[in-house]
Design a protein around this ligand. Structure first.
Ligand code: 13P
Ligand code: SF4
Length: 345
């Protein structure tokens, strides 16, 4: 395909969201990427947070982290290029280790994944022997390897409930844990290194043991933001990712994973929508649903997701960078936790 044809295809979805001058520039890069994709027998997975021109052009599959894990596990291509962040690319490698997995930026991390180490998990297991460990996929492979089962925002409650135990260690997102606790009716405690023994002795009726990790994007949205937007647009429908605080998810009209939010907007008929999540997703929904009026709250952005550009994706395929590897002894243990989650759905 030449860049003129690519431009025409991209224009159909993107003309109201991306100005022509950028569309023409990105169409040229998209053509290069398509060619490299064929040469390398590669598949491109694009998370819902990718910027609109990338999201609506080069990925073979788009979706939330659970969805893309499944696609990574199923692919028979030689190379998986993950347009997302490091923990997502690592999960792809854990599930499909014989493939070359590439992350277009070496610096695309995540504040949640950075909030906890494998040593921290070992410490918690020592303090709470026999209590199952549920780990959010937004963690690195060595943390997953210490866990009994992983979860994503779309299946966290089902995963916790599948364990049929009174007490569960749920790591590392404080707000996701609180949202899960609220919806599943469980209590939650946050042990510190000094107070755990005391808590245990006082016989607290705790059921979820959390950690103080936060998403640096979602923690910033406030109930006041919601009230301010509602006073300006009384008929707005507000959707919040469960990495937002429980006060925010309660004040919103709906809370769910990035895929769940996309579906909810598609199936609703409100005059205006506001997503409390990475702002590029609003652009992507607006591009795919021209009849929906998406308000944007873009003062908070995910710096990690925004590191993934079309230029870097082209270079990833061209120069085989940045290769994601997971040591085999860690991978095998992490695989058990991720695969157990995938079985649940
Ligand atoms: P989803 O699993 O809902 O796509 O969320 C991933 C993420 O990083 C949200 O910030
Ligand atoms: Fe991590 Fe938050 Fe960025 Fe998602 S939005 S990748 S949780 S920092």
């Amino acid at each position: 395909m030449n860049s003129e044809d690519m431009y025409e295809i991209m224009k159909v979805k993107l003309s109201r969201v991306v100005p022509d001058v950028e569309l023409r520039y990105k169409a040229e890069i998209a053509v290069e990427i398509e060619e490299l994709k064929k040469q390398r027998n590669a598949v491109i997975l694009g998370h819902n947070y990718m910027e609109p021109a990338l999201f609506h052009s080069i990925p073979d599959f788009t979706g939330d982290s659970l969805d893309l894990s499944r696609k990574a596990a199923q692919t028979d291509k030689d190379v998986i290029v993950f347009c997302g962040v490091r923990f997502m690319a690592e999960t792809a490698k854990i599930l499909n280790p014989t493939k070359t997995v590439l992350l277009p930026s070496s610096k695309a991390g995540c504040s949640l994944a950075a909030s906890i180490t494998a040593e921290d998990v070992r410490g918690l297991k020592k303090k709470f022997p026999g209590v199952p460990v549920v780990t959010y996929v937004n963690t690195y492979a060595d943390v997953k390897a210490e866990s009994d089962i992983c979860c994503t925002s779309s299946n966290a409650i089902a995963v916790v409930e599948s364990l049929h135990t009174d007490t569960v260690i749920f790591l590392p997102d404080e707000y996701l844990a609180k949202n899960v606790a609220r919806e599943s009716g469980k209590h939650i405690i946050f042990p510190s290194t000094t107070t755990v023994a005391d808590d245990a002795e006082t016989g607290l009726d705790y059921q979820l043991i959390g950690w103080r990790g936060r998403c640096e994007v979602h923690e910033k949205f406030t109930v006041e933001d919601i009230q301010t937007v509602r006073s300006q647009f009384p008929d707005v429908l507000i959707l919040a990712h469960p990495e937002c605080s429980p006060e925010v998810t309660t004040a919103a009209d709906f809370s769910g994973s990035t895929n769940a939010m996309i579906r909810y907007v598609q199936e609703s008929k409100a005059p205006h929508y506001l997503l409390l999540t990475e702002c590029a997703m609003g652009d992507n929904i607006a591009a795919a649903n021209p009849e929906k009026d998406m308000l944007r709250l873009c003062m908070v952005r995910c710096p990690h997701m925004n590191m993934i550009t079309m230029e870097d994706t082209r270079d990833a395929l061209k120069f085989n960078q940045y290769v994601i590897d997971v040591p085999e002894e860690i991978r095998v243990k992490a695989y058990r936790a991720v695969e157990r989650m995938i079985q649940i759905g």
